[in-house]
Design a protein around this ligand. Structure first.
Ligand code: GDP
Length: 481
């Protein structure tokens, strides 16, 4: 029934698309990667004719009008664009991050660039932006796994030397469980909550960045506390039937419920209907944490990209093939680096994505990478230090940020020397112990959003950005040609 519905919705989307062309753009990324900031900046730049030289439709003046419209999906929360923008522009604070799925429709009227199309009525494209936690993507592979397989994989990972310490409280509760015994709800909740704590600890631990399913244990959305979220992996035997009401039976049932009420609807109603996808990553954070974190980021990326591989299983089947045809992996927050390092950051991301694409055996969709800052919070300058000229970035660190013992008040502009990325991307991946010398960590300070400059007429200029225009050109330029 799900497959039929996806086919039906795809046909319906396309039928509607004949009269009213739409582009469904998915925006995903692990928590704090920069999704909210990206969408707010994208919409603001399009609504206000921001300076986006490489985004050709806009820079050549072919976009005649851009406006927000009511989104077509009534049951999905609207992306709170106005509120997020107010935070950035008026309060100069970063907006509230993504906690669940949300959506916004931006419609663009444009003049076609070439040929006879120009003589027809102006083109119109509705861009449906779908914002969702990347943690939820990592759930899609669960559709192919039964409870015994999910459990075996999860427990094996929990016992890895690098994770065992974090998983210990969960493993301790697990050791007291008789799978055949009648399940006690308080104990079930303790199993589930200690398992979720362990997953969260993995996210926070500097060496283990990649997320582990179930994604809603990290980003519960509105399902917190429901039975579908109150289970844990158990060492059940494949194929064995456990007595009714026992731990073995109840947790398996809840796992299946999780797939039915959480994963399938997400796949069917959202993921399967996307045309384009941007995946945001916080590469700088991983780079600073060291080679293991970078490798882990690559693993997470291949897991994520594998979800976009067409025909990997009957369920994710070939229905996906015609939909998502472009995927951009973008490292955000490039404004924390001086311009001299932007291309280097992009080369590092390219290296990671090439490895991930290969491992995920992704084919069909075109991929590209970018190092960008959706909102540029800094500008560049040079300072002289003992006869040397150093490239620095200048911004207003948020209150209580600290570098080398110096605390900031949130009001004063400060120059920071962030350090350089290496020219050779493989230095980032090389283990520290190989004697080549560890890289000096980069200095990161969180800056407040920028103060917008005003023109002589008093109009505010649009939000400054780094390479956001290139990202937009790749994601939607061809649909506005
Ligand atoms: P989400 O969880 O993916 O929605 O992440 P957010 O968009 O809320 O971003 C998380 C944090 O990253 C923000 O609060 C900012 O501190 C920082 N951030 C995100 N994008 C940018 C950017 O373009 N420039 C700078 N300087 N910081 C950013």
């Amino acid at each position: 029934a799900d497959e039929a519905r996806i086919v039906f919705e795809n046909i319906a989307d396309r039928g509607a698309g004949l009269f009213h062309p739409t582009l469904r753009l998915g925006v995903a990324g692990l928590s704090r990667a920069g999704k909210t900031v990206f969408i707010t900046a994208l919409v603001h730049n399009l609504l206000h004719g921001g300076r986006l030289p490489v985004f050709e439709a806009q820079s050549s003046g072919r976009i005649s009008r851009a406006y927000l419209e009511e989104q077509p999906d009534d049951a999905v929360p609207r992306f709170q664009y106005e509120e997020h923008l107010r935070a950035i522009l008026e309060d100069r604070v970063w907006p509230q991050s993504t906690r669940a799925i949300s959506q916004l429709r931006l419609t663009v009227e444009y003049e076609s660039a070439s040929g006879w199309m120009r003589f027809l009525s102006p083109g119109k494209l509705s861009i449906d932006i779908v914002d969702y936690p990347g943690e939820w993507l990592l759930d899609l592979p669960l559709l192919e796994k039964d409870f015994a397989t999910f459990s075996a994989e999860s427990l094996e990972r929990a016992r890895l030397p690098s994770r065992e310490r974090m998983a210990q409280p969960f493993l301790d509760v697990l050791a007291t469980i008789d799978l055949e015994a009648v399940a006690d709800e308080t104990t079930s909740q303790r199993l589930s909550s200690t398992f979720a704590d362990y997953l969260r600890a993995c996210r926070q631990d500097r060496t283990a960045l990649s997320t582990l399913p179930p994604g809603r244990f990290l980003m519960p959305g509105d399902l917190e506390g429901s039975p579908a979220l109150t289970f844990a992996p158990l060492p059940v035997e494949p194929g064995r039937v456990y007595p009714k009401g026992s731990y073995g039976a109840i947790h398996a049932r809840r796992y299946e419920a999780y797939k039915t009420v959480v994963v399938r609807p997400f796949f069917r109603d959202h993921f399967a209907r996307l045309d384009r996808q941007i995946i945001l990553i916080d590469a700088l954070q991983a780079i600073n944490a060291g080679p293991e974190a970078v490798q882990d980021l690559e693993t997470a990326l291949s897991d994520i990209l594998a979800c976009f591989r067409p025909g990997r299983a009957s369920w994710l089947g070939s229905l996906l093939t015609p939909r998502i045809d472009r995927i951009l992996v973008a490292a955000t927050k490039a404004d924390h680096l001086h311009r001299t390092s932007h291309q280097r950051l992009e080369n590092i991301v390219r290296r990671l994505v090439d490895g991930a694409v290969e491992r995920a055996k992704l084919s069909g969709a075109q991929t590209d990478v970018a190092a960008m800052a959706a909102v540029r919070a800094t500008h560049e300058a040079t300072v002289s230090d003992k006869g040397e000229t150093l490239p620095v970035i200048v911004g207003t660190p948020i209150e209580d940020e600290e570098i080398a013992g110096q605390r900031f008040d949130g009001r004063t502009e400060t120059a920071v020397f962030p350090g350089d990325l290496p020219e050779d991307p493989s230095r980032i991946l090389r283990a520290r112990e190989d004697g080549i010398g560890a890289l000096d960590p980069l200095t990161f300070v969180r800056f407040r959003p920028p103060r917008l400059e005003r023109t002589a007429e008093g109009a505010t200029l649009s939000l400054p950005q780094i390479r956001l225009d290139r990202a937009l050109q790749f994601l939607m330029g061809d649909r506005l040609a």
